[in-house]
Every structure is written in C-alpha cells, then in structure tokens.
Ligand binder design. Sequence first.
Ligand SMILES: *[C@@H]1O[C@H](CO)[C@@H](O)[C@H](O)[C@H]1NC(C)=O
Ligand SMILES: *[C@@H]1O[C@H](CO)[C@@H](O)[C@H](O)[C@H]1NC(C)=O
Ligand SMILES: *[C@@H]1O[C@H](CO)[C@@H](O)[C@H](O)[C@H]1NC(C)=O
Ligand SMILES: *[C@@H]1O[C@H](CO)[C@@H](O)[C@H](O)[C@H]1NC(C)=O
Length: 278
Amino acid sequence: MTKIYSTLFLSISFLFINQICYVSAVSVEKYLTLSSDENRALEKFREQVKPILKQSYMKTDAYLIQFLRARNLESGAAEKMIREMLKWRKDNAIDNMRLENWSDMVDDFHVTVDTYDKTGRPVGVIDIYDWDIRQAVLQGKGQRLLRFIINLVENITTQMHERQELGMNVTQVVVLGNANGFNVIQHACPLCLPLWIQFIQIIESYYPQVLDEIIIFDAPPTIQVVLEVIRPFFSRYTSEAIKIFGPNRSRWMAYLDEKISREERRSPYGGTKPPVDY
Ligand SMILES: *[C@@H]1O[C@H](CO)[C@@H](O)[C@H](O)[C@H]1NC(C)=O
Ligand SMILES: *[C@@H]1O[C@H](CO)[C@@H](O)[C@H](O)[C@H]1NC(C)=O
Ligand SMILES: *[C@@H]1O[C@H](CO)[C@@H](O)[C@H](O)[C@H]1NC(C)=O
Ligand SMILES: *[C@@H]1O[C@H](CO)[C@@H](O)[C@H](O)[C@H]1NC(C)=O
C-alpha cells in the first residue's frame, strides 16, 4: 500500500497545484426539474414501489428520482436498489439510531450539524484534523465509528426531509471538512482504508445522489493520493461532487463564501459562528 501511495503521490502531486474547482453547484431548481423521460420513468417507478415504502419522505419525487437517476432511469434496477436500502435500514436499525447513546464517540470525533448553505442545505461539518481513525480501528472501534458517521448522515438527511416538508427546495446535503493536519498514518492507514471504502459503498447504495458536495480544504497533497486510491469505489456522480482545496486560504475562503455565509461557519472554517463546546 505504501508503494501505491508513493507512486501515486509522484504522479498526482503536480496536478494538485492546479486543483481548484470553481464549479458552481447545480442549482436547486435545475436539480428538481425533470426531463420528460425522467417524468415518465418516475410515474411508473412511483407506482411500482408505493406498496413497499412506509416513510413519507421516501414517497417524494425528490427521493425517488435519486434512485432512478443512479440507475439510469431503469425502474427495475432502481426498485432492486430501493429494496436493498429498506433491508439495510431494517437489519441495522437505522431508524432508531438517533436514540442510541453516542457518548463513546462524541468527544473524540467532532462533528456539527447546525450549519446550512445559502440554499438551505444542511452541512455536516467534520473536524478531520482531530479524528484519530487509526486509533479507533486499532481499538476495535472501526465499525462503531462507521455507524457514528452513518448517524451523522442520517441526521443531516433527516433535517433535509424536514425542510422539504416545510416547503423548502432542499434535496441534497453538504459535507465540509477541515483537513489541516491530515496525515496518511492517522487517517488513511492500510487498516483505515477499508472503513472509508465501506462508507463510500453505503453512501452509493443507500443514499444515492444525496451529496451535493464534499468540500475538503487545507488538504495536504497526500489527501489527493488517498483519494485516488479510493476513487474507483465512487460513482462518477459522487466523484464529481468532491472538491479539494489546498492550504491557500484566499482560494478556499472565496469558494466557501460563495456557498455558505460566514455567519454559518465557525472559525476553523473562516466564519464567525460561535464555537461549540464539545
Ligand atoms: C422550489 O422550486 C420550484 C421549481 O423548481 C419553484 O416553483 C418553487 O417556488 C420553489 N420553492 C421554494 C420554496 O423556493
Ligand atoms: C451512555 O454510555 C456511557 C458509557 O459509554 C454511560 O456512562 C452513560 O451513563 C450512558 N448514558 C445513558 C443516558 O445511558
Ligand atoms: C441532529 O443532531 C443534533 C445534535 O446532536 C440534534 O440536536 C438534532 O435533534 C438531530 N436532528 C435530527 C433530525 O436527528
Ligand atoms: C493563493 O491564491 C490566490 C488566488 O487564487 C493567488 O492570487 C495567490 O497567489 C495564491 N497564493 C499562494 C501563496 O499561492
């Protein structure tokens, strides 16, 4: 694995220098606008899966279209995907996760879920720099950590569904991470990578197309290396949703200012929101 890292490192690090993505996010309206093909497919799909869906948010067009699009509008394949999602949620008691006692995680893995972008999308903010993933894995807490992260995803996607019920056009969520201090040993040790990959597979299988963007800034070049190792596990959609910024503050600040107001961001994210007392 180390060998892969160093080879990739050489070939990728020069690309990194120019890596800046001023790609503007797909606007909410555009996202919700369905082509006539999509409309036709959705109509059929809705009827097809209606009997197996219980939660009201799952019956919405905004939810169903994500599965259809992830399967190129093939309703049979999308139905299979929905069935697998329902089974996964049941087998892992996902609906009751928020009631679990997370006190073993919250002190060591800092996240916040009270930030919103300018269009109202919930933003999960992860202080990557102080996450010791390697230690968690070595202590046998890797799966527990994965579950904790899924709980974060559940939290922000539930907020998204709640916002939709209030009539807001919010169909996606954002993940923002400050990677200052990221190091391959602590965050992407050979034992840690399977955890990352498992997480990606969960997102791709059970939360298709729900990520608007994953924005990581203050990232050292090594993060690109890791990303290239795990990239084959991402769908093209998610892969394109990942935005990595290096340490040049004026660059990531410009991007974040465009997307999330400073009042919504805490100081490590270049904003003015009062700090959390973890
Ligand atoms: C949501 O988007 C639709 C069109 O895509 C628009 O008609 C509607 O006014 C929007 N609602 C809000 C609350 O912005
Ligand atoms: C949560 O678990 C911790 C131990 O990990 C325990 O000390 C605490 O009392 C538990 N809290 C509740 C509300 O059960
Ligand atoms: C999300 O997490 C926050 C902080 O723990 C909590 O206050 C809130 O109720 C959660 N929201 C949902 C929808 O789970
Ligand atoms: C940081 O980015 C800005 C804006 O793109 C650029 O003008 C500046 O030269 C960069 N600074 C460094 C140290 O690269």
